[in-house]
Design a protein around this ligand. Structure first.
Ligand SMILES: NC(=O)c1ccc[n+]([C@@H]2O[C@H](COP(=O)([O-])OP(=O)(O)OC[C@H]3O[C@@H](n4cnc5c(N)ncnc54)[C@H](O)[C@@H]3O)[C@@H](O)[C@H]2O)c1
Length: 403
């Protein structure tokens, strides 16, 4: 009989659904030695938890996360609440000796991120941050290519994560408030590309400059209906908001809509980062280009099954960008467990593949490619904080000075 671990899911919004799917699918697609049991899902009072549990296959429900985390039946705590609600359950989980997986950005403030990393180190329990894009086969392949020296020495990285969902008609939600989100596009989107480029390139940021943070929409309508986290408005809620529904009441937006910054890495390479929620036409354009002395790679999640590769070691006459379809099970990470060549995978597979690697680590095995833990989440948070300091003080910031 397979070994099992009981998972407690803290939250049940957009990520609640995506993680529920992953914890269910991982056993079917990967058949891990240690299998996940969808034990208990937590939802705030008033949320339709029993309905959610039935839909996604959770055995039990809870509206008290503190009691749930302490339950001896729970073996892994998985946190999918808004950013300000990461640190309290995460610290409680590791203090109770429970492995803990937490959504990104790791926390809403740098202090919380540091405390989480320190608590995890003290407790010596495995922790994970859901930087799920590391597990896109094309991104994992890019990581392997850089590691094997195929790109030579990295000189340039340009990364951008552009979305366009947050136009003026989108009503107030937790994502637009500093006290619940910490930052806007920065923590939401730059967090992903900072982690992804650290992972692919293996480089570390040393200094940050040229930063700018902007909020275009300074007030948003507070609608009477639940605004569903902002990114996930139902059609009905969107029609309601766009038609001017809800009280004639507006709230102040206290986070950025867009943040860009420039970095220098520890090998002298240069990099640029750009996150935006109103980059019209870019719906989930999460990507990077990395240029090395022997070649380059380019990735855009909107075409997530492919990686662009330029091999500068070929004779000059034949050099050019090639598009690699990263769906060949024999060569490309994770895909052997899904479908045959070019039977494409999607967003949810990144979470299922990450659930697999988490189960592998909890079973004493190596993950397919490295997993980010709370300390890595904290390192990314330091870079994001340094960029905000550079933007507000209009100066260069040494990362060493940001703890
Ligand atoms: N990895 C990714 O690609 C990705 C994508 C989207 C969101 N996220 C992250 O996932 C987290 C959740 O985002 P989401 O889009 O699922 O949000 P959401 O608004 O859809 O859902 C949040 C859920 O958290 C719970 N919750 C809300 N307020 C709470 C409170 N005060 N106390 C306790 N529980 C509360 C509720 O169950 C709610 O359903 C965020 O940290 C976000 O940055 C990651």
């Amino acid at each position: 009989m397979a070994k099992t671990i009981n998972v407690a899911l803290i939250g049940q919004g957009f990520m609640g659904r995506s993680h529920s799917n992953a914890w269910g699918q991982v056993n079917r697609f990967f058949k891990p030695e240690l299998q996940s049991v969808l034990h208990t899902v937590y939802g705030m009072k008033g949320e339709p938890t029993p309905e959610f549990a039935k839909t996604w296959g959770w055995l039990h429900t809870s509206d008290n996360w503190e009691t749930l985390i302490k339950s001896p039946e729970i073996g892994l705590v998985d946190i999918v609440t808004p950013n300000f609600m990461h640190a309290p359950p995460a610290k409680a989980a590791v203090a109770a000796g429970k492995p803990c997986a937490c959504e990104k950005p790791i926390a809403s403030t740098l202090d919380e991120a540091r405390e989480m990393a320190e608590a995890a180190a003290r407790a010596k329990v495995p922790t994970f941050v859901w930087f799920c894009y590391r597990r896109t086969p094309a991104v994992a392949l890019a990581h392997q290519m850089v590691k094997s020296g195929k790109l030579g020495e990295i000189r340039h990285i340009r990364a951008s994560y552009l979305q366009d969902w947050a136009d003026d008609s989108v009503p107030m939600a937790w994502r637009f408030k500093k006290e619940s989100a910490g930052s806007g596009a920065h923590g939401d989107l730059n967090a992903h590309i900072v982690d992804m480029t650290r992972f692919v390139s293996g480089l570390e940021v040393e200094e940050i400059c040229g930063a700018m943070a902007t909020t275009f929409v300074k007030k948003r309508r507070i609608i009477e209906q639940d605004s569903g986290g902002g990114i996930q408005l139902s059609d009905e809620q969107m029609r309601y908001a766009k038609a001017g529904g809800g009280a004639e009441q507006f709230g102040d937006v206290t986070v950025d809509d867009a943040v860009s910054f420039i970095v220098r890495y520890n090998n002298g390479a240069m990099g640029t980062y750009e996150a935006a929620r109103q980059a019209t036409g870019n719906q989930n354009a999460n990507g990077f280009e990395i240029n090395g002395t022997k070649g380059s790679v380019k990735f855009n999640f909107e075409r997530m099954n492919t990686l662009e590769y330029y091999d500068a070691t070929q004779p000059r006459a034949y050099q050019g960008w090639t598009t690699i379809m990263c769906t060949h099970g024999g060569d490309h990470p994770y895909v052997a467990n899904y479908w045959p060549d070019a039977h494409l995978i999607g967003y949810e597979h990144g979470f299922t593949s990450m659930a697999y690697d988490i189960l592998q680590v909890l079973n004493g095995k190596e993950p397919t490619v490295p997993l980010p833990d709370f300390n890595e989440g904290y390192q990314t948070a330091r870079i994001l904080e340094a960029a905000l300091i550079a933007a507000s003080e209009k100066r260069w910031v040494l990362l060493d000075s940001v703890k």
